[in-house]
Design a protein. Structure first.
Length: 381
């Protein structure tokens, strides 16, 4: 019996593929070349660990099974015609890798979209608890996966605490700013973030390749004036609205690369970063998987002449959506609080303030975060 309670009810050999009927009524079709290729026996090797010995050139185009059975343990056993090789699959593994349209659709990511109305529904996680309790950490990771952000409270206000916090999610990405960057308003500011001015919603550092993944802010000292609140915007929701309002604009922003630059020469840095990204990034299902928007780092457009004005019109429409008050969640990080944002989805901004304010920030790449999320899901479910 499979772990999920699902098991194979019936199999039928067909031309080039095997038909599988499951006890819950689901139907799968597995091509013979796919079944031979994914054999993970000692001789063929396992791709998951990088120990793969069977090569594509060894797979006959017309490969067929000599015999197929479901054994007493519910496993699928295949003896192959060309050399008698034996391949075995558990029912769980086959079901998890079913590539029917229904199964693929079920596995697709479905982020939860939000706007300013989410303000009354912002859960917070206790820092000590997410360090010590895997289930709490999984809840927080799941929240970031679904909503694109999470808030943590009771974080000690020591200078190096953000590095300990970041280590729960992955490895800090070092840049020309260092491992951690301090946001303290100063008369000698090098970038706008070091002022006390309001900042419009944006994704961080689109001039890099790859773009930083998770963006972390740790508040060591909130401004005494009550200002300096963070603003969060769901870029996925804004893109969805644009798709609904104007498909032509959506298509332009999902297919047109926008140049971003950071050329900085001063007594500290001499850097010249350059990258091009579409504002809206889609996967092969045409689902929205990333947003890259920041008009402060945009360089002059380099599109074909007939696209220049349409792209400007599309950009203005998108900026109108992400700057709209109804799209914004305003949340003031108090001293000892931290925010974790998916920088490929959630835009962040800041209201103006007077007084002293100290935020430490860093970035962690998304691949490490999602790896740790999958590990926790496997261990706890």
């Amino acid at each position: 019996m499979s772990k999920s309670g699902l098991s194979i009810q019936h199999i039928e050999k067909q031309h080039h593929q095997l038909s599988v009927t499951w006890k819950d009524g689901h139907h799968s079709f597995f091509h013979y070349i796919w079944l031979r290729d994914n054999c993970a026996c000692i001789e063929c090797g396992d791709r998951y660990g990088g120990h793969r010995y069977l090569e594509f050139s060894e797979l006959p185009d017309d490969i067929t099974p000599r015999n197929i059975i479901v054994d007493d343990e519910g496993k699928l056993q295949i003896e192959w015609n060309n050399n008698g090789h034996l391949t075995t699959y558990s029912a769980n593994w086959l079901r998890e890798h079913c590539y029917s349209s229904a199964a693929i659709d079920e596995r697709r990511s479905r982020p939860i979209l939000w706007d300013s109305k989410i303000g009354d529904e912002i859960p917070q996680w206790d820092y000590k608890k997410i360090i010590e309790d895997d289930a709490s950490r999984l809840q927080l990771f799941g929240r970031i996966n679904d909503y694109g952000f999470g808030i943590i409270s009771n974080v000690p206000t020591q200078m190096d605490e953000i590095e300990r916090l970041a280590s729960l999610f992955g490895f800090i990405r070092q840049t020309h700013y260092g491992r951690v960057f301090d946001l303290i308003s100063t008369p000698q500011q090098r970038i706008l973030a070091q002022t006390s001015h309001a900042i419009r919603p944006h994704n961080d550092e689109n001039f890099r390749d790859p773009i930083p993944g998770l963006f972390m802010m740790h508040s060591l000292q909130a401004s005494e004036c009550g200002g300096g609140a963070s603003i969060f915007v769901d870029g996925f929701n804004a893109a969805r609205k644009l798709r609904h309002q104007n498909q032509e604009y959506f298509d332009l922003l999902s297919s047109t690369p926008i140049p971003h630059r950071r050329f900085l020469v001063d007594e500290v840095d001499d850097v010249a970063f350059s990258a091009n990204w579409p504002v809206i990034q889609l996967d092969h299902h045409q689902d929205i998987v990333a947003i890259h928007i920041n008009e402060r780092t945009m360089a002059p457009l380099e599109n074909e002449a007939h696209l220049v004005e349409p792209v400007y019109h599309a950009l203005k429409a998108m900026f109108k959506l992400v700057y709209a008050p109804q799209a914004s969640l305003e949340y003031r990080l108090e001293s000892g609080q931290a925010a974790i944002l998916d920088n490929h989805r959630v835009l962040h901004a800041r209201t103006a303030f007077n007084g002293n304010r100290h935020i430490r920030q860093c970035h962690v790449d998304r691949d490490e975060f999602f790896s740790r999320l999958r590990v926790l899901q496997r261990q706890l479910h």
